[in-house]
Design a binder for this molecule. Structure first.
Ligand code: ATP
Length: 443
């Protein structure tokens, strides 16, 4: 067509547009709070117990697009919301807020036959090929099950298609009558692929599909997925915590942290020109095949905070090595990085108690920051130093906590990183696509 726009006859879908579009997608879970599984004794009421509920903010305000035929890799540490996002996209989970458009149509508006058809157009494969295959069923039945559920073909047609699919995923069609236990992990994941493809979907969410497999098998399965993507014209949302897997399969990569996308760029751009401190830390923690290295380099410090009460502003700021200086103080080039390093060390208690002068020497090269910032640092040093003024607080643990609170409240909480949610676009150095980064360093 001269306009370059092609419309899907039935749906009016503009094929040059995104296949999938997420707009502010949010998924929160209500759960009982931690204390005694949330039970509280309330003698004044009947029954005399109440259950506290808290909100797990698993996915928060995610917007992105996936183009037809591409693989968008979704990467992040365990618990950052990748699976929840994948399931919400397929509406296996109802979003708390936001819209999901598939082929231009809002999934929330679909019903009846159209919803049924869209469901078969969107499939999912899971991490554990062992537990997702019913051991009592034969491979043929497993692959035919979705076709039966969607009234696709007759018995003969389904059998022929199942056998064809077995071959196309790299298995022997003669295995049609075998049970899944007769197959290796990699082969079972191929059966899963055949099942997902049986209903001829356009879009597949692949949730850690190779994580349970030996590294030697992973590449083979990934290569098969790559080939099938071309043959079937598939679009993948590919979830993995392993950056080398993501690098193998993705066209673009979205990095997720505590329920939000913090960076999104073409694969080459993301790996060659990572801009978010979280992405950099993830990249640095890829194990290197160097026998002198004892495993991981530059490992991420601390734990991922709870999604019940995520940090304000940039969610990564509580672990970020590049937290931005608070504007309320006047810093020289050296003062802020030193103060930041001291604050992190106090918070994580990474140094042994020592006299104040030694702390000053080790963290500040003997010269404290000038002005108000310097007085605050001095007070914090006093609290943790072996010869510091204790101000009546004799307990050592309390003093470390008081120093941590003082530093965090005076500095970390005043940083723009704590006050505003970052969202910026930077120029790509490699490739042509947009490079999104949620980090105030790009203000
Ligand atoms: N049904 C649920 N009820 C309450 N909280 C949930 C539920 N499902 C997930 N969560 C929480 O939501 C957060 C995100 O979990 P999710 O499984 O999506 O992360 P993930 O990045 O896929 O991690 P993993 O790779 O470990 O599966 C976690 O804190 C998790 O405990």
């Amino acid at each position: 067509m001269s306009s370059g726009i092609r419309l899907d006859e039935e749906s009016g879908y503009d094929r040059d547009g995104p296949l999938l579009e997420l707009d502010g997608v949010t998924k929160h879970f209500a759960q009982e709070s931690g204390l005694l599984a949330g039970m509280q004794f309330e003698p004044s009421q009947f029954p005399p117990v109440s259950v506290d509920r808290e909100t797990v903010k698993a996915v928060d305000d995610v917007s992105l697009e996936i183009q037809p035929g591409e693989t968008l890799g979704l990467v992040g540490e365990s618990g950052c919301g990748k699976s929840t996002l994948g399931r919400t996209v397929l509406r296996l989970l109802e979003p708390t807020a936001g819209d999901i458009y598939f082929k231009g149509e809002n999934l929330a508006d679909l019903g009846g036959e159209k919803l049924r058809r869209t469901r078969s157009d969107m499939q999912m494969i899971f991490q554990d090929p062992q537990s997702s295959l019913d051991p009592r069923m034969k491979v043929g039945q497993i692959i035919e099950e979705p076709m039966r559920a969607h009234d696709m073909l007759d018995d003969e047609g389904r059998e022929a298609r199942a056998k064809d699919l077995l071959e196309r995923v790299g298995l022997d069609p003669r295995h049609y009558n075998r049970h899944p236990h007769a197959f290796s992990g990699g082969q079972r994941q191929r059966i899963n692929l055949a099942r997902a493809l049986s209903v001829d979907p356009d879009f597949v969410v692949c949730d850690e599909p190779v994580s349970a497999l030996d590294v030697s098998i992973q590449a083979q399965v990934l290569n098969t997925m790559d080939r099938l993507q071309d043959e079937f014209g598939l679009t993948f949302l590919f979830i993995a915590h392993d950056l080398s897997v993501i690098r193998h399969i993705s066209d673009r990569v979205a990095v997720m942290y505590l329920g939000q996308i913090v960076e999104l760029a073409e694969k080459g751009e993301l790996f060659e020109n990572p801009q978010h401190p979280y992405t950099r830390a993830l990249l640095e923690s890829i194990p290197v095949p160097d026998p002198r290295e004892d495993g991981l380099r530059g490992v991420l410090e601390g734990e991922v905070p709870s999604p019940v009460d995520p940090p304000s502003g940039c969610r990564f700021r509580t672990r970020c090595p590049r937290l931005i200086a608070p504007d309320a103080y006047d810093w020289t080039d050296e003062e802020w990085p030193r103060t930041r390093a001291f604050m992190r060390a106090v918070k994580r208690r990474t140094f042994e108690p020592m006299p104040a002068a030694r702390i000053e020497a080790e963290f500040f090269d003997g010269t404290l920051p000038r002005g108000e910032a310097g007085s605050i640092v001095e007070d914090a040093i006093d609290l943790v130093a072996t010869d510091g003024e204790t101000d009546g607080t004799a307990d050592k643990a309390d003093r470390w906590e008081a120093a941590t609170d003082l530093l965090l409240e005076s500095f970390a909480e005043q940083s723009i990183c704590a006050r505003e949610r970052p969202s910026y676009e930077v120029e790509s150095q490699h490739g042509t696509e947009r490079h999104y980064v949620g980090c105030h360093l790009h203000r």
